[in-house]
Write a protein that binds this ligand. Structure first.
Ligand SMILES: Nc1ncnc2c1ncn2[C@@H]1O[C@H](COP(=O)(O)OP(=O)(O)OP(=O)(O)O)[C@@H](O)[C@H]1O
Ligand SMILES: [Mg+2]
Length: 200
């Protein structure tokens, strides 16, 4: 297996599944956590990530297909998406991708799925399609507050990563969000959460 990336939580390898190119994501031990607890956390996140990826797919969002899960090895074998991260792809010429991102987040939220770690590193671009990955912190919730926090976390990283695309990039994300049924209430709530975080 070829190591293609060492993330904060996991090692990513290129591998094969049924002769096809695939990606193996293995959650690595965190030395600062007690071993037993660490094992539990990594197992839970592995199982949750696979479950949430399938759930997102069922909602019509593109995510890699899960091929296999190995709870002992804390491993998910999934479809390898051959395309860049949105982080590396997004620029002034393809800003329309932002609208597409907003639309996709609305579909997740309307399906009561909170991604939990929205960043442009966790979105891959292949042709005209965008794929959401990294669902280890995802959860289901119908609460506007949870959706608002999901969006706020995204905005913070988006602003910091894509300074030159602000404010237009973020406006397009919200435009897409509202166009696909995302609720205005969530956006209002996001502004409230932000004010609360800032003044306390
Ligand atoms: N199915 C996939 N196909 C292609 N590349 C992938 C796939 N899954 C992950 N990657 C690549 O590996 C990187 C890290 O994956 P992921 O975000 O799932 O792990 P992570 O440990 O949470 O990483 P980080 O801490 O960097 O967010 C992604 O940004 C992407 O470049
Ligand atoms: Mg990631």
């Amino acid at each position: 297996m070829k190591l293609i990336r060492q993330g904060a939580e996991a090692k990513l390898f290129e591998t094969k599944f049924d002769e096809k190119k695939a990606l193996s994501k293995q959650r690595v031990p965190k030395e600062y956590r007690c071993e037993q607890l660490d094992n539990k956390i990594r197992s839970a996140r592995t199982a949750k990530e696979a479950r949430m990826m399938s759930k997102a797919r069922a909602l019509g969002i593109k995510t890699p297909i899960v091929f296999d899960i190995d709870s002992k090895k804390k491993e998910i074998v999934m479809e390898l998406i051959e395309g860049p991260r949105l982080k590396d792809k997004l620029d002034k010429k393809n800003l329309a991708l932002c609208r597409q991102v907003g639309e996709n987040i609305a579909v997740l939220h309307e399906g009561n799925l909170i991604h939990g770690d929205l960043t442009t590193s966790n979105i891959l671009v292949k042709g005209k399609d965008i794929y959401f990955i990294d669902f280890g912190l995802a959860k289901t919730s119908g609460k506007a507050e949870d959706k608002a926090v999901d969006l706020l976390v995204f905005r913070k990283t988006f602003e910091a990563t894509h300074v030159e695309l602000m404010p237009k990039g973020w406006e397009l994300i919200l435009e897409g969000y509202l166009a696909k049924g995302g609720k205005k209430e969530v956006i209002t709530q996001m502004q409230k959460v932000e004010a609360r975080v800032r003044y306390h």
